[in-house]
Design a protein around this ligand. Structure first.
Ligand code: SF4
Length: 338
């Protein structure tokens, strides 16, 4: 797996030209203009501040000096800064009954990566079905837990994985004429599942597996594509890396229950919209930087308490004032960093 944040021009430019050929420098230019326009008013407000240390709690305005936080960290921060902060020290997942769905999802993603890597290297070769099937078996065999409930078997998981993989392939999620640019490419803080090139520009695609998706929720889940921070992050990174316009963000969702279902949503985007996204994201990252460094207090956001099945810290946070000295008595587990 490669990992870098440098830029790599694409060898085959779009016939319609490349509006993002200088995306990095344009982005930088816009950042400098934004910075200079806001700097004067900020300095004025700081000079009016009565406390001599007011500047120490104001996050830097320079968008280039913030850390690039991963999509998962940023999404947790958006949900609730306190949850994000406590999540560094405490396990914050909701322990539920184990089921094989996550494992099946991992196996299907791994097999799709085999398929796309093969297309990248040998665009005209037949689909490597045996290799993909072996990958399913390998992931399920390697990751099957010793203490899995007896009601589940690796053989049953394999049947489900094969069904899901076949359904994705039948959907033809990536056009046959596409040039595969990257598969599971790491940008350092994030990994994009797939980037491919069409004459009009780059597409970034994310595979998602849902353990269960009732038919009446499918439309809503696909509609989330355009609001998915993670996909915008990949689009911004892909444009920076390959110096080419990203024209769409895409999600291919697989549901395993109540029956295997595959949906694809492709949302057109533009350079201007990526710029706007970056403006908002970098602003949030600077606040995250400031909170992590103790220059801003971490606050709770109660809107995050009831979503995604409820916050796992609900009792500790609301009934015990987020007092970490009481967390172990509340059966919360301290994170172990290896
Ligand atoms: S219970 Fe609510 S406020 Fe407290 S950490 Fe969780 S999401 Fe944040």
């Amino acid at each position: 797996m490669s990992s870098d944040s440098g830029s790599t021009p694409l060898p085959s430019p779009s016939p319609q030209g490349s509006p993002a050929a200088s995306a990095q420098s344009a982005e930088m230019q816009k950042s400098v203009e934004r910075l200079s326009s806001t700097l004067a008013s900020t300095l004025a407000s700081l000079s009016n501040a009565t406390a001599g240390n007011a500047a120490s709690v104001v996050p830097s305005l320079d968008p280039t000096d913030s850390k690039v936080w991963s999509p998962s960290q940023t999404e947790t921060f958006s949900r609730c800064p306190r949850l994000w902060d406590l999540g560094r020290r405490w396990e914050t997942f909701n322990p539920g009954c184990w089921g094989p769905e996550r494992l099946v999802g991992n196996a299907v993603h791994a097999a799709l990566a085999v398929w796309m890597r093969d297309r990248q290297r040998f665009p005209d070769a037949p689909t490597p079905l045996d290799e993909m099937d072996n990958k399913l078996g390998e992931v399920i065999g390697d990751e099957w837990p010793d203490d899995a409930p007896e009601v589940y078997t690796p053989e049953g998981a394999m049947v489900l994985a094969r069904k899901a993989l076949a359904a994705v392939m039948k959907k033809e999620p990536v056009p046959l004429t596409a040039k595969i640019v990257a598969v599971e490419h790491s940008f350092g803080e994030s990994i994009v599942d797939l980037v491919y090139l069409m004459p009009e520009g780059l597409y970034v695609l994310d595979w998602k597996t849902h353990a269960k998706l009732e038919p009446h929720y499918r439309q809503a889940r696909m509609d989330e594509t355009i609001r998915t921070h993670q996909l915008w992050h990949y689009a911004w990174r892909a444009r920076q890396k390959w110096m080419h316009s990203v024209v769409a963000i895409e999600k291919v969702a697989v549901a395993l229950q109540p029956s295997v279902w595959v949906g694809k949503r492709s949302e057109p985007i533009t350079d201007e919209r990526i710029d706007k996204w970056y403006e908002g994201a970098s602003s949030m990252w600077r606040i995250m930087d400031a909170m992590r460094a103790g220059r801003l207090p971490v606050h709770p956001r109660f809107e995050g308490c009831g979503i995604y099945g409820g916050c796992p810290l609900l009792v500790a946070c609301h009934m015990h004032g987020a007092d970490e000295s009481k967390f172990e008595a509340l059966n919360l587990k301290r994170k172990v960093w290896r």
